[in-house]
Design a protein around this ligand. Sequence first.
Ligand code: UTP
Length: 224
Amino acid sequence: MIIAVSIGGSVLTSDLDPERIQKYADSIEQLAKDHTVYVIVGGGRVAREYIETARVLGANHAECDVIGIDITRINARLLISALGSRAYIEPATSYPEAVKAALTGQIVVMGGLIPGQTTDAVSAVLAEYVGADLLINATSVDGVYSADPNTNKDATKFDTMTPTQLVDVVMKIDMVAGSNSPLDPLAAKIIQRCGIKTIVIDGREPNNIIEAAAGRHSGTLISS
Ligand code: UTP
């Protein structure tokens, strides 16, 4: 299979613990024995701190986004370091570049691409672009909920849902300022338009990525 794995910065690099990053690299390497794997890495706490500081200094949203993208690429470089020669040497900076890099047989790792979105959208577009069979979103919640579980006690988790249900849920959560959506709205729309099978899992345990690829998970399966 061709698999795109999106790993939130919050689970991969928030504490910059080398052992933790190595465990993700080991899981990705394991997955790449049987599959073509693309990894998209988020910005996490470090990106949020840089963006906050830039905002206070007067940077506008787009400028802050560019800083966020740089941090996602630095995080991608950490995963590349941990993967060693199994990884393509540089984070891909466009979708065609990612495809060309994969032709080397190495694991392609990348961060963000353009302002106005998050790495959720990058992973969905990449999955569509490369014709991935599966998109795994490894994040700091254990699936997609009907509302933000941090602020709404009545929120219930979906074991399965359709892409259209995903779009409805994400749009609803996104309307409430400060809420955390499991996927950004653009990612949800891309998943809807290409119908790619997507699994949202608790990414705090690196082994869950391998389990999800094998169809074993306790997250949310998004499928039409
Ligand atoms: P993330 O993808 O980590 O966003 O990118 P996030 O929503 O903060 O992280 P998760 O999903 O909760 O883990 C970090 C920041 O980088 C910029 C955005 O500002 C984003 O908030 N970014 C990232 C872009 O502007 N474009 C991209 O393609 C990716």
